[in-house]
Design a protein around this ligand. Sequence first.
Ligand code: HEM
Length: 417
Amino acid sequence: MLGSNRPGGRAAGTKADPVTTPVLDLYGDEFRSRPHEVLASLREQGWWAQSPVGPAVLRHEPVQTLLGMRQLRTPGVDFLALQGITDGPLVETMRSFLLNADGEDHQRLRRLVSKAFTVRRVRDFRPVVRSCADELIAAMAGTDRADFVAAFAEPYSLRMLCAFVGIPEGDSAQVNGWAHDVGLIFGLSVAEHAGRIEAAVHSLNLFIDELIEARRRAPGPDLLSALILAEESGELLDDAELRAMVITMLSAGQGTVQFQLSQAVATFLAYPEQWRLLADRPDLAANAAEEVVRFCPSALLGVPRIAKSDVELHGTVFPAGTCLLPITGSANRDKAVFPRAGTFDIRREPTAQLTFGGGIHYCLGAALARVELQEALPRLAAGLRELSAAGEAEWLAPTEAVYGPVRLPVSYLAVQT
Ligand code: HEM
């Protein structure tokens, strides 16, 4: 969730010795091709490394501490400012996302949205998720090979998010296109894409306005209807907040799950005995989902934080304004916390993985993501036996907002379950 930015922003002025502090070359070829190995080697050398974006924190305990610190905030508009964009509609859009709110504003929005995004709503949604997984696996069973991303990970994550939020199925492809264009706001070339991003925000806003009207007239079992009704001390979300919340869900809840699933399958390809185990032991579904999220997270780098005031960690002072990277994907493989940390094992008991972040911004959709993984993985393992790679996979760079394969050709023996 770093965003593909290369902000080159304010480097950490710390009291650490710059000669002995290891360096994480986020944009180098080695990190691009073997991110976990690079992080493992740096983690051995120390608890943080200097990166082009700012100090990257690598071990579990300091990452967890940092995520919970109130003196830090998410970067929000800072990444735009570093690209020369300091006002206008893009800044307004960036500000409107829940992830970029801070202090009382964040507290109020989070309280209101949590009234709608409840454990019960997610639990009631599970049968819908299950039947979508069954349907897509049945379609895959018509052949013996497929690109897993196109055949399953993308349609599943998109259909489930739209159904949960309340976007009509017929509109999901169009809405996904707009959400993708809005997502460019977290990228490296925002100025270049400004027109496209603004057009997508405009179209999405018009679309969501109509949907809000429709749900006001006839509420459904979806999140949007519940958000319209969510009330806290007589306060409601206004229309602009409702629009921003829907856009937030669309940008935070689709790619993350899609890439989590495609990375999971890429990992199982390297551990075929684990795939067989899951096929035989569907009772391991929850452990498997948790292990996938720990071992190969789609949010590999986590969300950066900016120090609002000087921050001290393990005797090192990071001055106000420093951009710190709590690298959750590295913390998840810290051997001080996880025995056999570098081994993928779905029998592992649920762990203290940090993929969903922590503190006030802890992922709002974690329960939904878990349900989607828990329903999909054992069904896939049981329905697609003898899974193996059937061509070259194509991966995003680990510095993108999400990480994982965009193309994953696989072959399998389809089995009726
Ligand atoms: C495997 C899937 C997912 C991963 C890995 C993931 C990861 C994350 C991370 C790392 C954060 C920031 C936490 C922090 O920095 O402390 C976050 C926040 C958030 N996520 Fe997720 N997420 C996933 C799925 C979802 C889904 C399905 C939804 C909604 C439908 C969602 C909605 C959100 C929202 C709204 C926030 C902002 C919360 C806030 O700022 O208060 N996420 N997620």
